[in-house]
Write a protein of this length. Sequence first.
Length: 138
Amino acid sequence: MVDQLRIEVHDAERFDRDVESLLRELDGLREDLLQLDVEDVGRPDAGPAPPGSRSSALEQVNALLVTLTAAPALLHQVVTVVGKWRGRASGPAPDVSLTMGDRRLELRGGDAEEQRRMVALLLDASTPPVEGRRTGDG
């Protein structure tokens, strides 16, 4: 099974005034992610802009779309790469959201323990139940 993970960087203060910097930063993250066993890492298709509005392509500049198998280990590697990328940022780490299906993880601030806990919850929610294993037995 193949899934798509949407990664969005939310750092309006820094990147709104310097889109080129954001593009360079995301290109670096894309290269890091391509070192993993993912199917693809690209930019999401924004589709056509609604009539009378600005180009929707500008709204997609902060995002990457990772296509990967549904293996929990690979998802963990992707999230780890994103965390390391955030740690290398000049200045405060940018806020990043990771969305897969109806699950969303927000990485904000620098509380590493809280982020590890949130990543574990995303990974648990993304792991299909093992056949024969019963849950809820206490």
